[in-house]
Design a protein around this ligand. Structure first.
Ligand code: ADP
Ligand code: MG
Length: 536
């Protein structure tokens, strides 16, 4: 090969890749690999943003989602929420700039610091070329703002330019509505994912019974999930990061955001649970100067600091204030409404932490009633209140459920068993950007197992009690079978005495009650149920 050609080849190979091209080429990582996956993912991002803008702030969500087919494999999706709205300053970047991201917030949210709705808007742009429209009225504002937007992306340019604003408007508000309306047009394949999308919405409704969600599908179907409880669980509070959870890049980010002038000041100010004494100890252990300007630290120093922070044993466990579990009562209410089981139980475990990130595991269990018998437990997985539907085989909860010997809990398959698992955390270790399955992290797996066993033990106690009751019933029936016979014989014997039929009956009931060790009312009820007649 001539040297010039070779050089050219090499130059081509090491060309830098713009993030937009990376996302375009690897869209499956974010969940946009196929038209069916894309419409499902778009709906998820929109619904999750609507919920993040409402319940997190204590607002009872009122969400309307309309999906219309406007051409072959072309859909207009419109979602309206009653959330806190978006500051008009941020609308173009929040919705149409792939590279811009909301600031790191150390609290539980359904989104993941930024790639959510932008990927949907980017997908709209690259499949239909249509603009995305946003109407928003921030809470407390007297205006409604309108934007028609397109991301300003080229797959060859490294720098992403400001989004293109095709039209803009502002009105005074006639009512006190606040919230956001987003409308975008994408290519998708509704008919292939209709059932999965409906499943997603149903699963969302199970854990947000305080929301009213109305969906109009391209098939003209109107799905309504009414509000069944009035209480919104307390939202998460924003916290500072825990020192166990940082790496060098995160340290740099926190240093840039901080106004502290010394390393010691920085540690106290930037992290949760770090006081003067702890800061001094950590800095000493890292062999650094407490008075150094954190901005002047080089990578070597930052590495030392990061390693020390990660390994230091003296910190308090991460605060759980940033978490917002669903709550055992809401989980039970949701399972009861959807499955009408004969037994339901749920548990919210105490906060734990992995790698400096706090998390809480919740598990619900439903058994019997209207649930059909299945070959394995029906597992409903959730993370930060969002349903996870795909990539089940790699998911930690699926592994734990599979590893449990259910016979130990008196369940043998096929059985009518539903397990709901919820992991909430400031950082869910998802296996991909599509947010479909959670990695197998030791601490999380252990908690899940403990939680599942906790509710399973309650199921076992229930089933044991039921078995006992059935056994008693069986014995009682045997007694009852002979009762008319015995009564009759006794009546013959007592013919010339004053003993009455009722007395004999009462004595017999007492005798059975004693023998079976069950309450008398129980026996009386059984007798009336069996309609035992004493024949003359
Ligand atoms: P993420 O949800 O991970 O933060 P997104 O790209 O989905 O990222 O959204 C970017 C930002 O746009 C959000 O952080 C939020 O501030 C804002 N946003 C998007 N949708 C809404 C909405 N319906 N109501 C209020 N704010 C919204
Ligand atoms: Mg989002």
């Amino acid at each position: 090969m001539p040297q010039r050609t070779a050089k050219k080849l090499i130059r081509e190979k090491i060309e830098r890749m713009p993030l937009s091209r990376f996302l375009h080429e690897y869209k499956e990582i974010a969940g946009y690999g196929t038209p069916s996956r894309a419409i499902y993912q778009t709906i998820r991002e929109l619904v999750e943003n609507a919920l993040d803008a409402t319940d997190v702030y204590g607002i009872k969500p009122d969400i309307v989602l309309v999906i219309e087919e406007i051409g072959k494999e072309k859909y207009r999706i419109r979602i309206t929420d009653n959330g806190i709205g978006v500051d008009p300053k941020y609308v173009p970047n929040a919705f149409a700039s792939v590279l811009s991201s909301s600031k790191y917030k150390f609290r539980q949210s359904r989104g993941r610091f930024g790639l959510g709705v932008k990927m949907a808007v980017f997908h709209a742009q690259s499949t239909t070329g249509e603009a995305t429209e946003v109407y928003t009225s921030p809470i407390g504002s007297s205006k409604i703002y309108y934007f028609s937007l397109k991301p300003n992306i080229s797959l060859t340019e490294l720098e992403e330019k400001e989004p293109i604003i095709l039209a803009k408007g502002v009105w005074s508000k006639p009512s006190n509505w606040h919230g956001t309306v987003v409308r975008l047009i994408i290519r998708g394949a509704w008919s292939r994912v209709r059932s999965r999308i409906k499943e997603y919405l149903k699963m969302t409704a199970i854990v947000t019974p305080y929301a009213r969600i109305i969906v109009i599908t391209p098939d003209g179907e109107i799905i309504v999930y009414p509000r069944i409880v009035e209480e919104v669980p307390p939202g998460p509070k924003e916290t500072k990061p825990h020192p166990h959870g940082v790496d060098i890049e995160m340290l740099k980010y926190l240093i840039r955001k901080s106004s502290a002038r010394t390393l010691k000041e920085f540690l106290i100010e930037a992290f949760q649970g770090v006081g003067r004494k702890t800061a001094e100890k950590v800095i000493k252990e890292a062999g650094l100067d407490p008075n150094i300007d954190p901005r002047k630290m080089d990578d070597k120093m930052l590495e030392k600091l990061a390693v020390t922070l990660r390994n230091y044993k003296g910190f308090r466990s991460p605060s759980a204030a940033a978490l917002s579990p669903i709550g055992a009562n809401i989980i039970k209410a949701g399972l009861r409404t959807i499955f009408s089981p004969e037994f339901v139980e749920a548990v919210t475990r105490k906060p734990k932490a992995y790698q400096g990130h706090p998390f809480i595991v919740e598990v619900g269990i439903a058994y019997g009633g209207a649930i059909p018998a299945m070959d394995e437990p029906l597992l409903l997985r959730y993370a930060n209140k969002i349903p996870l539907l795909l990539e089940k085989s790699g998911d930690v909860a699926a592994k734990v459920v599979k590893s449990i010997n259910w016979r130990q809990y008196l369940v043998s398959f096929p059985a009518p068993l539903v397990i709901l698992t919820h992991i909430c955390s400031t950082k869910i270790p998802y296996t991909g950007l599509g947010k479909e399955s959670v990695m197998d992290v030791d601490e999380i797996r252990d908690e899940l197992e403990a939680a599942i066993r906790e509710v399973a033990r309650k199921l076992r106690a229930y089933l044991l009690e039921k078995r006992r009751e059935q056994e008693t019933k069986r014995r009682l029936i045997t007694f009852l079978k002979y009762m008319p016979e015995i009564t009759k014989s006794l009546l013959v014997v007592a013919k010339n005495t004053k003993v009455k039929e009722e007395e004999i009956r009462d004595k017999l009931i007492e005798c059975i009650t004693r023998k079976l060790g069950v309450p008398k009312e129980h026996v009386v009820k059984m007798i009336s149920n069996y309609d035992v007649k004493i024949e003359e």
